[in-house]
Ligand binder design. Structure first.
Ligand code: MN
Length: 325
């Protein structure tokens, strides 16, 4: 506990532009305030997967420093960690550092479909946190991050408040928007979240862009031997809905896409969630060969923006591998 009148500063690093990352940060904050220390000020830092080292030592500037839904750091200043990504450790040394940790505050389980549900479960079971008021958020965190939608039409239709909020979190062109949403996310309903002016102002234009992106993918996507390939790196389309390829080509098992933004060139690889039982390629392992990572069923490789030609080459190689596994 901090001294009377003094607020503890807790820095929370979370997977940025990701519904699961935002809801993990929100649930962590509510849990911390209710079960660890009520006099706390949270500072949120969104993390994106980049080619270079994600955490420099000087970023851990809180009294406590937490990472949720993102890679481990072996920094002694890291005091809390929750993750479920297969590629959670940048190096074997980081993995060894985690295994040697006995703080009881760093948790990893790649069998969870969402960090949201993992964090809520650990907080309840080990720290007596009441996660019941967050049932809606946990339910949707697991559906969205685990791609457990009933059909491609549900995933692409974006009718539910949770789906609309996920769109704003993933694609709103406003820097540092998600840290402004996190303080509300574990406090009000998802229907109320999308009424917040900072969410509502983005929703209309993003839904329109989403409809346009479906048409672009319809024109660009090439489906062959069970793999959909598309290159949208010449367009401002990063953050497109990753289920559109399967909505347009439900017969395909894998998708491989190339996109670009001012900060990176990106190869995205995915498995059709509605045909998952047919899949036998671990995409995280495949991506790791090219310096990327992710989950068994969805993974990505991020390169520097000037390496777009290399990204295209990698995407073509991976598409060829997936056509003939
Ligand atoms: Mn996640």
């Amino acid at each position: 506990m901090a001294a009377p009148g003094v607020k503890l500063i807790v820095r929370v690093f979370f997977h940025d532009k990701c519904f699961d990352g935002a809801s993990s940060a929100a649930i962590f904050s509510r849990f911390y305030r209710e079960r660890i220390d009520p006099k706390v000020e949270f500072r949120y830092t969104g993390m994106t997967h980049r080619a270079s080292k994600p955490f420099e030592e000087d970023v851990f500037d809180g009294d406590e420093n937490a990472i949720v839904d993102f890679k481990y750091s072996s920094s002694p200043r890291l005091t809390w960690w929750f993750d479920h990504h297969q590629s959670a450790f940048l190096t074997p040394a980081d993995a060894a550092n985690f295994r040697a940790d006995h703080s009881g505050r760093k948790f990893y389980d790649p069998t969870y479909k969402s960090c949201t549900k993992f964090l809520a479960t650990i907080a309840s079971e080990k720290f007596g946190f009441d996660a019941k008021p967050l049932a809606e958020l946990i339910h949707w965190g697991d559906i969205i991050d685990g791609a457990q939608f009933a059909s491609p039409g549900v995933a692409v239709g974006l009718k539910e408040p949770a789906m609309q909020l996920a769109l704003v979190i993933e694609a709103a062109p406003e820097p540092n928007l998600v840290p402004k949403l996190i303080p509300h996310l574990a406090q009000i309903s998802l229907a109320e979240m999308i009424q917040l002016p900072i969410v509502a102002k983005h929703l209309g234009p993003l839904l329109e862009r989403h409809r346009r992106s479906i048409e672009i993918m319809r024109e660009r996507g090439q489906a062959r031997d069970g793999v959909i390939f598309f290159d949208v790196s010449d367009l401002d389309l990063e953050g497109y809905n990753k289920f559109i390829p399967y909505y347009l080509h439900p017969e395909c098992l894998y998708s491989v896409g190339v996109s670009a933004s001012p900060t990176r060139a990106k190869v995205s690889i995915g498995t059709n969630p509605w045909k998952e039982t047919d899949a036998d390629v671990n995409l995280a392992t495949l991506a790791e060969k090219y310096g990327g990572g992710g989950h068994a069923r969805v993974a990505a490789i991020s390169l520097n923006p000037e390496d777009l030609a290399r990204a295209r080459q990698i995407a073509n190689e991976i598409a060829e591998t997936l056509r003939h596994p």
